[in-house]
Design a protein around this ligand. Structure first.
Ligand SMILES: Cc1cc2nc3c(=O)[nH]c(=O)nc-3n(C[C@H](O)[C@H](O)[C@H](O)COP(=O)(O)OP(=O)(O)OC[C@H]3O[C@@H](n4cnc5c(N)ncnc54)[C@H](O)[C@@H]3O)c2cc1C
Length: 79
């Protein structure tokens, strides 16, 4: 697996999962926020997953670099 393929998987999965937990929260109305139901916890957990190990935007840039060969992000050593 290339770095770009890994980034594509993470970006796509976390974007869709974020939409799904938001829908789950919405379906339960006010109960989607209270701690008696676990959907609120899933909603908060997804916000972390969307950002750590590479944020959605940075993963998207890595995918674009893999596809086009053009890097819009520079390695830290060249900053
Ligand atoms: C729960 C949690 C656990 C974590 N655990 C660890 C850990 O164990 N080890 C570790 O090293 N780090 C850890 N992190 C840090 C994580 O890796 C960073 O939060 C993540 O890489 C984003 O960096 P940042 O927070 O500095 O955001 P920034 O880099 O400041 O980004 C802020 C926003 O700008 C966007 N952005 C940034 N650069 C660009 C760009 N060039 N083009 C377009 N948009 C851009 C980002 O997508 C984001 O939306 C953790 C974070 C969280 C939330």
């Amino acid at each position: 697996m290339t770095t770009g393929q890994a980034s594509l998987g993470k970006a796509w999965i976390t974007k869709k999962a974020r939409e799904i937990v938001a829908l789950g929260r919405e379906l339960l109305g006010g109960n989607g926020i209270v701690t008696d139901f676990h959907v609120g916890k899933a909603f908060c957990d997804m916000e972390s997953l969307y950002t750590y190990e590479g944020s959605y935007e940075v993963n998207a840039l890595i995918v674009a670099r893999d596809i086009t060969g053009i890097a819009s992000i520079r390695p830290a050593s060249r900053l």
